[in-house]
Write a protein that binds this ligand. Structure first.
Ligand SMILES: Cc1cc2nc3c(=O)[nH]c(=O)nc-3n(C[C@H](O)[C@H](O)[C@H](O)COP(=O)(O)OP(=O)(O)OC[C@H]3O[C@@H](n4cnc5c(N)ncnc54)[C@H](O)[C@@H]3O)c2cc1C
Length: 485
């Protein structure tokens, strides 16, 4: 039976949950929030940050990506499939983006998204969620001391983003995640009656009529929305849903037998992500268990003095075995730690394409890392600094030896070969339906009435820090855009 509502939000992740909560506060019309995955409520594997490893394969969509054009699609590209989305799947690093990121967005055409205009949205998040600095494991402390030996200041990154070393702020209260589902929607039973959260329900196609979005086909039948359809499926599935519905690059849609409703050539294009590469050290002693999560310490560097904000950000990991796949080049035989610098405002652009005409077909994800030469040049410089970190007295006191890449890698050519082989994602895809290219600054899909996008797809460009804070700020603003405020 066809259901009707005023607002249909598709995707109950970081952004969708925020939009749902804010619309429910400001309107009395019926709102349906659709989430393909299951509920996170009452599930400690989803909401207890320390129990992330208990999440089984069904918490994820199981996507694979190519790191570079021509490379096989063998990188596990984690994307959550549950209420709360990737914020119930991630490591909860939560740093307010520097003003320069939003001022840059504004310059790129996102009029009204400058730092001053975005400040109230940060405040709304701060009024809703708890942010606490990560605990400091003795091994994380060694990394921080190593940074200080290299002349960096210890910085409280919950207060400012600048070159330095310190602890990650986490969107967590103790071990309880402060994902947008936990902080904005729980307990689900207490939500206002006009906000319904439908888990286990997937949108398979948008319903479009005469250039207007009127609802969606879903695994539970059609849902019609009289006021707006809001996409919040994340940077991979939002463009996929647009394309299977006939909104995207015309030739590509036709190649898959999809009737073109609007030729939107930028849908799925301009995919950006933080690319990293690790150095791994074997430790002298086993690394004792951490309190909450294995990524506590970070370091930010400005290798290019003219950069508007740090151009390198580190994740220092107390565990090396990767949850999302064991890389043969990074095998360890004893206890080990790693430091992975990532290029913050990477310039390379990849794409999301269709492999077939339905949402059941896995999207094709080409990250196209290093297609812009500046990214590789910057990461190469960062790797040399990372080796220096390993050679500090603080790190030598806990580490036996650098095992990856190891002392044989010295020349630029060797480093580049290593980086290309072991490069990894920080799981921050964005910009696949960017403001100015696919949506207007008030987040309306160009040329289509009543269709909005509220998730990381709309970023005009990658930002300096881990992106979830900016995703939630975007969603806070999206609720205002939908209501015309
Ligand atoms: C492993 C990992 C670690 C990360 N670590 C951090 C970190 O420490 N700090 C940080 O800031 N960021 C981190 N991130 C990134 C951050 O979590 C994401 O950028 C952010 O959560 C994205 O929000 P979103 O709303 O755009 O998408 P998502 O949170 O992915 O939400 C999309 C939701 O839509 C649902 N959906 C998709 N298609 C459909 C459909 N057709 N019908 C219905 N529902 C659908 C999905 O199941 C999902 O729940 C990490 C991400 C991952 C995967």
């Amino acid at each position: 039976m066809t259901q009707t509502c005023d607002y249909l939000i598709i995707g109950g992740g970081s952004s969708g949950a925020v939009v749902a909560k804010r619309l429910a506060e400001k309107t009395s019309g019926r709102i349906i929030l659709l989430e393909a995955g299951k509920s996170d409520e009452g599930d400690p594997a989803a909401t207890d940050l320390k129990r992330l490893d208990e999440q089984t394969d069904d918490y994820d969509w199981g996507f694979k990506a190519s790191t570079m054009t021509g490379a096989p699609p063998d990188l596990k590209y984690a994307r959550a499939r549950l209420l709360g989305g990737c914020a119930n799947h991630n490591d909860c690093a939560f740093i307010r983006p520097p003003d320069s990121d939003f001022d840059n967005w504004d310059k790129l055409g996102a009029t009204g998204w400058n730092a001053a205009a975005m400040a109230p949205y940060w405040q709304r998040i701060r009024d809703t969620i708890t942010i606490e600095n990560a605990p400091c494991h003795p091994v994380s402390r060694a990394f921080i001391e190593a940074g200080k030996e290299l002349g960096l200041d210890e910085v409280d990154f919950s207060k400012e983003v600048k070159p330095g070393v310190g602890l990650f702020p986490l969107n967590a209260r103790g071990r309880l995640r402060q994902s947008s589902s936990v902080a904005y929607l729980h307990p689900l039973a207490s939500l206002p009656k006009h906000l319904e959260v439908w888990t286990g329900c997937m949108a398979t196609r948008l319903l479009l009529n005469n250039g207007k979005a009127i609802g969606a086909e879903t695994t539970r039948g059609e849902i019609h929305a009289s006021k707006a359809v809001i996409l919040a499926c994340g940077s991979i599935q939002t463009p996929q849903l647009l394309m299977v519905s006939g909104l995207g690059p015309a030739a590509h849609l036709k190649a898959h037998g999809i009737a073109v409703v609007a030729d939107l050539p930028h849908v799925g294009q301009h995919l950006q992500d933080h690319v990293a590469a690790p150095i791994v050290w074997e430790t002298k002693e086993p690394v004792a268990d951490w309190e909450i999560c294995p990524f506590e310490a970070t370091m930010m560097l400005k290798l290019d003095h003219d950069a508007p904000a740090p151009d390198i950000l580190f994740h220092f990991g107390l565990r090396v075995r990767e949850k999302y796949g064991d890389h043969p080049r990074l095998a360890t035989h004893g206890p080990a730690v790693k430091a992975s610098p990532n290029v913050t405002r990477a310039k390379s652009e990849g794409e999301v394409r269709l492999s077939g005409p339905t949402m059941a077909h896995q999207p094709v994800i080409n990250l196209n890392y290093f297609s812009h030469p500046d990214d590789l040049a910057l990461l190469l410089r960062a790797m040399r600094v990372t080796r220096k970190i390993g050679n500090t007295a603080a790190m030598r006191s806990i580490c036996r030896a650098e095992i990856h890449p190891g002392p044989d890698v010295q020349s630029d050519e060797d480093w580049i070969d290593y980086i290309r082989n072991v490069c990894e994602t920080v799981y921050h895809p964005c910009a696949t339906a960017a403001i100015g290219k696919v949506v207007t600054p008030d987040l309306k899909v160009m040329g289509i009435e009543s269709l909005f996008i509220a998730d990381a797809s709309v970023f005009p460009a990658l930002i300096t820090v881990n992106i979830n804070s900016a995703v939630m700020m975007t969603a806070e603003k999206a609720a205002d855009c939908v209501l015309g405020r």
